[in-house]
Design a binder for this molecule. Sequence first.
Ligand code: F6P
Length: 543
Amino acid sequence: MSALRNSAEWKAIQAHHQEIVPVPLRKLFSSDPRRFHSYSLHFNDILFDYSKNLINNKTLPLLFDLARAVKFEKKRDAMFSGDIINTTEHRAVLHTALRKQDATAVYFDHQDVMPKIKATLSKMRHFCDDIHSGNWKGYSGKKITDIVNIGIGGSDLGPKMVSTALTPYAQADLKAHFISNADQSHLINALTHLNPETTLFIIASKTFSTLETMTNANSAKHWFMQQAPDKAAIKKHFIAISTHAENVTTFGIDKANMFEFWDWVGGRYSLWSSIGLSIALYIGMDNFEALLDGAFDADQHFHTTPLEENIPVVMALLGIWYNNFFDADTHAILPYAQDLDFFADYFQQGDMESNGKNTDFDGNQVDYSTGPIIWGQPGTNGQHAFYQLMHQGTKLIPCDFLAPAQSHYDLPEHHDILLSNFLAQPEALMHGKNATEVEKDLQNNKEATKVLISSKVCVGNKPSNSFLFKKLTPKTLGSLIAFYEHKIFTQGVIWNINSFDQMGVELGKVLAKVILPELKNDKIIDSHDSSTNGLINAYKQLR
Ligand code: F6P
């Protein structure tokens, strides 16, 4: 048995789980009028209410004991100080340095990384100014009207999620497009509406070798060259963001048009680096810096606040509680803000690529469940799709509700309707409706059968967190993203796994490279298992 499961702290939580299961949340609320006050935290414009969780006053202290037993605080400090905590790739994990707003140094390999970060931010600012002012012109002398970010995974989802979330801050005369899929329809659908004279392609790839990104980048270059007067025009229309200068110049992008970042920035933590250039162009550099500032505030909170009042730590430990003691396999993220359309998608990569691991730091198979399946979409849409299962299905789905108190817009009624649903759903999940309450509702219906009554019962007792924040500003969004990042890190520490590599993604990539040449001719393939052979040969017949 693993040291984690064998620990006194883990066993104490297991025993406590037996005590809490029979106590319904409804009862916990009715017996404690101060429950909301006891189980909510404030951070700047953000209220975090975690009172609708299956916890009593013993639960979190036991979980804090577990965190302390695995030396969480020491490991957290090691991340902030640039220690090599990504041991398989021998890398530090310093995305927090990218958003650092104070003047202190951060050392990696005996060098302060802050001057490089500041220089890149300043280069980004100049570039944004040039594009926005029209100082930077396309090959025919026209101003840039469209930016196309070509990337995938962290080099796509972060810029796309944040740009979409902050659409109300968008520059009036600049459109942003995000192309990621190797499926050519993704690129073609965008190119159809674009004018090469006024389009800027941003090729975003940490390695500058990712197959999907390079395929899209090459096709975009080909499309561009079919219309541009000469090769020199590339200089005005192609920008690279990468850690790999050699691959960038081989592709044909001038080093002067390259924005760098560094090995110690993980792909899924890269939106804070120059990978955020499309965000900065779209919403302006001041707003991008406000995003960094919000994340920095959250970093300080995470780094210095006692565990008991530390929002990401509480989020993480509640997740451990459900994942490891209630066997909840998934966690839903449900923003009541259409602009947060890609928030759950973003943390699907952020969480599942980080904590979807089955071996621990010592190379042992874990004997406990690690990262949950993350999913979700904005309310109220989700209510008309999957909430039925959340209310009456047989699975326990802990979830996060998020909503802004103020909208950026002022159509009458919409926001109160949206927020009434944001407030009602966690209440319904928690409170449910028992048979007596259903019968009371149906008392005028003489034909009400036992089947009808039981089909209307909602057992309730479903846990959720609620984040209510003043407005979806760049600063608030920065803090929210950083909270989730630190939650993921904290859970990785408890599970003793490396949250910063992604070895599992490699196998499929390698196999695709074997299959690709086999698709170049019409020969029958028999070198794989019978299913893969059958599919390859069927593809060759059908194409
Ligand atoms: O999916 C694997 C992955 O390496 C991600 O971690 C990363 O965000 C993505 O591919 C893209 O990588 P790159 O930025 O190097 O193109």
